[in-house]
Write a protein that binds this ligand. Sequence first.
Ligand SMILES: O=C(O)C[C@@H](O)[C@H](O)C(=O)CO
Length: 271
Amino acid sequence: MSLLYQKQNQEIRPGVHLIQDVNASNSAMKYTAVKVLALDANASYDETLGDFEAGIVVLAGKVTVTADQQRFEGIGQRQSVFDKIPTDSVYVGTGLSFGITAQTAAKILIAYSPTTTSFPVRLLKGDIHQIEHRGKYQNKRLVQNILPDDLPFADKLLLVEVYTDSGNWSSYPPHRHDHDNLPTESLLEEIYYHEMQPKQGFVFQRVYTDDHSLDETMTVQNQDVVIVPKGYHPVGVPDGYDSYYLNIMAGPTRVWHFHNAPEHAWIIDRK
Ligand SMILES: O=C(O)C[C@@H](O)[C@H](O)C(=O)CO
């Protein structure tokens, strides 16, 4: 089964276009799932979660989200992910229903993780995001944490978005988090939702295990999804293009402790 899910574009409701829908029924993922929707202005989408929690990220545009008698109007901070402005998200707890109505044309990512543990509905404003400038040389990237492990607002979900400019690498040096061996390493599945600027660009992503029983290098294009059920997962960005990806992570324990590939860890220590 391939780890790469190319974008689709299926109108599932009037003005609601399904770009991605990756879940346990069409992937090896058990702890994570994702939908990406493009909504025309004034279009609406609603869903009842079942035994899942959800993180609704307003990738672009402005929307109103309703959930559990709460209403969050005019959320969303950017017209494009490449505005590099932290955006707004809404956490919706297990078993609840939610609705999204687009005030402008909008792009929405809905991240899911199975759970029966309830956490309250919560608006995660972009201005609470912890921003990090990681790396050096051609390993620089900008990280905007949406739902990191030090925010106790979810049972399983971790959400982060990463910008990697032209000619740089990220999720690099390669690391893994596929051993349930805390405190050294946590077991987290990971989903990448990718965008490129300009849109015709591509990045390379390799997903591989220590024994190379899994070793897949992919050409990833705008709005593709890559799943990382296990293994290292570096991303390389060609000259001339900028990369964005949003990571969804989840596993038995909601903490991000990763293990760097020892043969490449020296990359971090360069002066
Ligand atoms: O720092 C980066 O390059 C981003 C990665 O940490 C990415 O979020 C990831 O692989 C998380 O496991």
